[in-house]
Design a protein around this ligand. Structure first.
Ligand code: ADP
Ligand code: MG
Length: 682
């Protein structure tokens, strides 16, 4: 039985804290009570257990108060704070008694955190714990971020939540700094113009990849991460990549793969890859870092360069031999014809000399072909229309290809002035037609077509050929047997032939090559085995011919269109001029003499009006006002302003809205058409 008056029993009425009383008050009450029993030293002697108990409680409290964490004992359901440590006051700035009047919900927006709400508000004997990150509000109106550990607990048959709040301001700052530095690094890695990736050494699964890698592989980061080689690449390739991965990890040092092919949705790409093992402090490989550079374009260029260097070398050799050989032939042929003219020559001998001379003729043809290939022949150029050359040889070509092959010649609708040796270009056409015939033993179609093409700097670089500028193009397509890549690469070499002995000389294409080179042009070949072949011959358009100048001007001519344009212009002459320019380019033009008329025209429109050409300053309504009224009818209406004022004046007088387009008067026709087209294309 408890005796309330017995001071040795700390569980007396006052000392035994009802759960509602906070520990502080209970402890203080107990301290007061025991103080009545005398000095500490005395108590130690006479009431050792009691004194020990007090000290134990004081120590516990000191523990709690010295914790860096704010600790609250919270009533379930209400969230009322029933007890707390000193740190809570220190951190939040409220006094103990103030906090004891608050609920945990007053200190933080916990209502928005379902986990916290369910922990605090659930039934009496619910269990559980959770850690949430939340902002705690302080007495001074400030706040700080805290990690709040919530723990359901029971004490004397009552349910509480023990809430321990840890200030994580610093941790968050560190985390934020870390995030920023990660972001920065990622940004750098993403901007490296090469694929950068990492895999874990255990399973060789991708754990990171940069943006370039995503684009190269044609997969998103999410599709790649966690995947192995086998999940992403065809079996043979995956196997190769994996073997290199293993090799790198086993050797523990950088492995370079000078050339590996990767199949992507956009086609095969050639990569130069370096694989680097990343080791931990024990020297064990933890990750594999990969850096892969796309060298496809470089390879292609190198190959082209190599090819042209080879052709150059062969040309030198062939030219040299042919030149000397020609001199020898001249001697043979000279004495041969003297001999043939000798009346004393007996008939059988004459026949033999004829044979020698025939053979020498053939040899001369050969050397002449070789000389053409090595560009040692002299050419006589003249400015002619390439279409005329085609017209001239058309009949001849159809005789070459025979009856089973149909010839279709399509000429560009305009002249194609080129500076050429027409005989030589005819020779090119004949050689190409001969090959086409051979490629179509069972008949087919040969198409010869001329056109104009502008070669820009980009395609010159990509192909490693020619100079940028306008070119006349002859394309010759057959529907023949075609050729594979191996053959295609060698066709221009002298004496390269796939034809049986006696049928082909292997000089036809070499001559084509030599002639076109000598004309500062170039030849492209497209071929598919079984489908056919297209040769495209590019000859620079004559720069000197007036025809060419006209052609070039035409090329610069901006395109017209068929859209409807509303022209708003108060000056009658100018209105007519604008109408003529626009209508001349094919547009349908509606005219308005002022703003009011323009609005009316717009409202009455029967079809779409694609653009409004609006004078900015007009008597009555200004262009801007008219435009606003029109936009009220159709917010999408597109307006191009014209004005005689400079942009500065217009801006200072607020005559124009941000983002509208302006054309200065006097308007030049070409500029107008270009601008109009540009706006319509948007
Ligand atoms: P030749 O005709 O004497 O064989 P060329 O130099 O004219 O020599 O051609 C070389 C090779 O190029 C041919 O043997 C053939 O393999 C290939 N070739 C040229 N033109 C065509 C074509 N139109 N279709 C298929 N193959 C072609
Ligand atoms: Mg040939």
């Amino acid at each position: 039985m408890k005796n309330p008056s017995d001071p040795r029993l700390p569980e007396s009425e006052e000392a035994q804290d009802s759960p509602e009383d906070s520990s502080q008050e209970a402890l203080e009450a107990l301290q007061r009570k025991l103080a009545g029993l005398g000095e500490t030293s005395m108590r130690k002697t006479y009431y050792p257990e009691l004194q020990e108990r007090l000290e134990e409680l004081e120590r516990l409290k000191a523990f709690l108060d010295h914790s860096n964490d704010a600790i609250f004992l919270v009533e379930v359901m209400t969230g009322r704070i029933v007890d707390l440590n000193e740190s809570a006051c220190r951190q939040l700035g409220w006094s103990r008694s103030e906090l004891l009047e608050k609920s945990l919900f007053d200190l933080s927006d916990l209502h928005d955190t379902p986990a916290a709400v369910s922990l605090i508000r659930s039934e009496q004997d619910a269990e559980g714990r959770d850690v949430i990150v939340t902002e705690l509000y302080c007495h001074d109106g400030g706040s700080f971020w805290a990690e709040l550990m919530l723990n359901r607990m029971h004490f004397r048959e009552r349910a509480y939540v023990l809430a321990v709040a840890r200030d994580i301001t610093q941790r968050r700052a560190v985390e934020e700094a870390l995030r920023q530095s990660e972001e920065f690094l990622k940004n750098i890695v993403d901007h490296i113009p090469a694929m950068v990736f990492a895999k874990d050494a255990q399973q060789l699964r991708f754990i990171t990849i940069n943006k370039y890698g995503e684009e190269l592989l044609g997969f998103s980061r999410n599709e790649i991460l966690g995947k192995k080689n086998e999940d992403l690449f065809p079996p043979a390739q995956a196997q190769f990549f994996s073997s290199k991965d293993h090799e790198t990890l086993e050797q523990g040092e950088l492995v370079e793969i000078p050339e590996e092919v990767i199949t992507t949705a956009a086609g095969d790409r050639i990569l130069r890859t370096k694989k680097i093992p990343l080791v931990d402090e024990h020297g064990k490989s933890r990750y594999l870092l990969g850096i892969a550079e796309d060298i496809t374009e470089r390879r292609q260029l190198e190959e082209k360069l190599l090819q042209s260097q080879k052709m150059e070398a062969i040309g030198q050799l062939a030219g040299g031999v042919a030149h000397d050989f020609n001199n020898i032939l001249m001697v043979i042929m000279g004495y041969g014809s003297m001999l043939r003219n000798d009346a004393a020559l007996a008939a059988p001998h004459r026949e033999q000399v004829d044979r020698i001379m025939d053979a020498a003729d053939k040899a001369a043809q050969l050397t002449s072909g070789l000389l053409t290939f090595s560009r040692k022949q002299v050419i006589k150029t003249q400015t002619v229309d390439l279409n005329d050359v085609i017209r001239h040889v058309e009949k001849f070509l159809s005789r070459i290809i025979g009856e089973d092959v149909q010839l279709r010649a399509l000429q560009a609708g305009h002249p194609l002035p080129v500076d050429i040796d027409a005989n030589q270009i005819e020779q090119v056409l004949v050689n190409l037609a001969t090959n086409a015939r051979d490629a179509m033993p069972r008949g087919g179609l040969l198409t010869v077509e001329t056109s104009l093409q502008r070669i820009d700097a980009a395609s010159v670089q990509a192909n490693g050929i020619g100079e940028p500028g306008p070119y006349a193009v002859i394309s010759i397509s057959d529907t023949g047997v075609g050729m594979d890549d191996q053959t295609r690469k060698r066709i221009f070499e002298p004496f390269f032939t796939t034809k049986e002995v006696g049928k082909g000389t292997g000089l036809g294409m070499s001559i084509v090559y030599g002639i076109i080179k000598q004309h500062a042009g170039f030849v492209n070949v497209y071929s598919e085995p079984g489908i056919g072949t297209t040769f495209r011959i590019y000859l620079p358009l004559s720069a000197t011919s007036p025809l060419a100048e006209e052609m070039l001007r035409d090329l610069e001519q901006p395109r017209g269109g068929h859209e409807t344009i509303l022209v708003v212009e108060d000056e009658a002459d100018l209105r007519t001029l604008l109408e003529q320019i626009l209508a001349g380019a094919g547009y349908r033009v509606i005219l308005a003499a002022d703003g009011a008329a323009a609005i009316e025209q717009y409202a009455r429109r029967t079809g779409p009006i694609s653009l409004i050409l609006m004078d900015m300053i007009m008597p009555g309504m200004s262009g801007k006002e008219a435009c606003q009224a029109i936009r009220a009818i159709d917010p999408a209406a597109r307006v191009l302003y014209t004005s005689g004022y400079t942009m500065d004046i217009i801006k200072s007088r607020d005559l124009i809205e941000e983002g509208t387009e302006l054309l200065m008067k006097p308007v030049r026709p070409l500029e107008l058409l270009k601008k109009v087209r540009e706006m319509l294309e948007r």
